[in-house]
Each structure stands twice: as structure tokens, then as C-alpha cells.
Design a protein around this ligand. Structure first.
Ligand code: ADP
Ligand code: ZN
Length: 299
């Protein structure tokens, strides 16, 4: 069996699946202190004979397998989780291969293997929630450099009617500081879900997200863009994004994806909240077979 963890800032989703990626069992655990949360994670997996584990974690995180801190959450505002190593904790009980990446990278991989971007060679998954994160999958592999990309913290032009200072603790008015769920709430003094009928809220939001997408398209030229996260539950938002994006492009890139086919190009996730779990299963299985192949090669 395969194990998967989506380690989020609000909750951990843990799942066990078979080798065909079907979910056998799944549990949600609130994110409190590392010890309390991780003990429950352990109790869940101990019931099963997992052969391999894939983890998609909130970040920033050390996802470099050759780093001594591989498996660590790094610079989080969640003090107790700072430098907590999820791999080391799990290894103390489960003697199986473990692979670790960010939640958004793993969600991007899940959609690329089984969801909305399964028929293309390059795609990005953008989550607009408590933070803004982007994972890119190119030719079946997660795009990775010195660390994971941090496309949620790019800089955008201000909307002329927006005087909110921004709430990113590092950059103030980067994309995440202006367009994450908490940014919307701080700007308008109300929970985002209660602002559904305020048109200006979604105009400003759509303006920022469209700018970000324009930048991602100019740099990476992905064949599919998937928009997830709590804020995207506002169904009217995606059409505002389409309109601003067409205006920003202004005919420069003359692809149907940026014109009449834009609603097939920029889409919502297909895997209904399971993008990251499915991606983590995939990583988990791939990691296992990588190891088995190595063993058989050794004789
Ligand atoms: P997380 O980012 O913590 O994994 P979510 O993707 O659900 O979780 O994002 C949470 C953020 O999304 C919160 O800031 C919340 O206000 C916002 N949000 C959740 N549901 C909605 C909704 N229906 N409409 C607008 N914003 C929402
Ligand atoms: Zn920032």
C-alpha cells in the first residue's frame, strides 16, 4: 500500500491507497503542535502496512533530498513547526522510503498525472488561499531549482483604487500580500466568503491574479493553468481573471488559449480536494519502484 500526507497549515490529510492510486482510507487531523498532530498521523498509518510514503507539506520547506535538513519546514510563522523535520519523525516508526515536497508542487503533480492537466506536457497549479503558491510540472517532473519556486511572492502593479498596504511579512505588497485570503480580509475588514456580493472586491482580486498569470505565461508558457484554493470558490472570479488577462496580453501572444479558448486553458482542479493526495501517492509509488529497480539491478 501507498501512504500520502498533505501537511497543511490548518489541517493534515493522511491517506492510504492501493498501487492503482485508489484511496483505501483517509483522515483529516487539525494542525496544532507538531507532537500532537504527528502522533495522530502515526496512529493512523500504523494500522496499515504501507510500503512507501509521499508527503506534500506547507512551506517554505527543505525539499532537496541531498540536504541534511531534507524534510524540514523552514521559515514558517508557525513557531513550533520551525525546523521540525517530518521525515525524521516518520522514519522513527516507519522504515519505508519517504519522499517530501511542497503541498502545491504535489498538487500540481496530482493534476498533471490524473487531473485537469493530464493531457499536456507542461502545467502550473496556483493555489490562492491562506497563502499563494504555485507548482510547475514540466515533462512530468516538478520544476525545482535551488529551492522550490516561490511564484506567490512576485510583484504586481497596484490597482488604482487599492490603498491597502499589503500583508506579506517579508514584502508587504507582493502578490500574496495583496491577493491571498487574509489580504482580502484585512483590506475589507470582513471574511472573504462574506464579500461575495461586493463587486469591487473581486475586480481588484481578479486584476492581481491576472497580472500574476500573465507573468507566469510569459516566463514558463505552460500548456495548462489550474487555479485552486479557498478564494477560487468565488465562481465569478475566474471570468474577471479571463477579461483582465486578455486585456493585459493585448493580442501580443496570439494563441487561442488567450482568446476564445481561455476557459479551457485556465481551469479549476479536477480532483476535488484530492490533487495533493493523488500527487503524493504518485511520488510515493515512483520512489518505491525507483528503489526496487535499483535493488534488482544490484542483483
Ligand atoms: P489553506 O490555504 O489554509 O490550505 P484554503 O485554500 O481553504 O486553505 O484557503 C483559506 C483561505 O481561503 C481563507 O483566507 C479563506 O478566507 C478563503 N476562503 C475560503 N473559502 C472561501 C470562499 N468560499 N470565498 C472566498 N474566500 C474563501
Ligand atoms: Zn511576499
Amino acid at each position: 500500500m501507498l501512504g500520502a500526507i498533505e501537511a497543511g497549515g490548518t489541517k493534515f490529510v493522511c491517506a492510504v491507497g492501493d498501487m492503482d492510486y485508489n484511496i483505501v482510507d483517509l483522515i483529516e487531523i487539525p494542525t496544532t503542535s507538531p507532537i500532537e498532530t504527528m502522533e495522530k498521523v502515526k496512529e493512523f498509518f500504523i494500522q496499515y502496512n504501507i510500503q512507501s510514503l509521499g508527503i506534500g507539506s506547507f512551506g517554505p520547506a527543505d525539499i532537496n533530498p541531498s540536504s541534511p535538513n531534507y524534510g524540514c519546514i523552514t521559515n514558517t510563522p508557525k513557531e513550533q513547526w520551525k525546523h521540525f523535520n517530518i521525515i525524521s519523525f516518520m522514519k522513527s516508526t516507519f522504515n519505508v522510503p519517504i519522499v517530501f515536497d511542497t503541498d502545491v508542487n504535489v498538487a500540481a503533480l496530482g493534476e498533471a498525472k490524473f487531473g485537469a492537466s493530464r493531457n499536456v506536457n507542461s502545467s502550473i497549479y496556483v493555489t490562492i488561499g491562506t497563502g499563494i503558491g504555485v507548482g510547475a510540472v514540466i515533462n512530468g517532473e516538478i520544476l525545482q531549482g535551488i529551492s522550490h519556486p516561490e511564484m506567490g511572492h512576485i510583484f504586481v502593479r497596484r490597482h488604482e483604487k487599492d490603498h491597502f498596504a499589503g500583508c506579506c511579512p517579508y514584502h508587504k505588497d507582493c502578490l500574496e500580500g495583496l491577493a491571498s485570503g487574509p489580504a482580502i480580509e484585512k483590506r475589507w475588514g470582513k471574511k472573504a466568503v462574506l464579500l461575495e456580493n461586493n463587486k469591487e472586491v473581486w475586480e481588484i482580486e481578479g486584476y492581481y491574479i491576472a497580472q500574476a498569470l500573465m507573468t507566469y505565461i510569459l516566463i514558463l508558457s505552460p500548456e495548462k493553468i489550474i487555479l485552486g484554493g479557498g478564494v477560487m470558490k468565488q465562481r465569478q472570479l475566474i471570468t474577471i481573471i479571463y477579461e483582465y488577462l486578455k486585456r493585459l496580453n493585448n493580442g501580443y501572444m496570439s494563441f487561442s488559449q488567450l482568446e476564445e479558448n481561455i476557459s479551457d486553458y485556465i481551469v479549476t482542479p479536477e480532483l476535488e480536494g484530492l490533487s495533493a493526495i493523488k500527487g503524493a501517492f504518485y511520488l510515493s509509488k515512483n520512489n518505491l519502484y525507483g528503489n526496487t529497480e535499483l535493488l534488482s539491478n544490484l542483483g
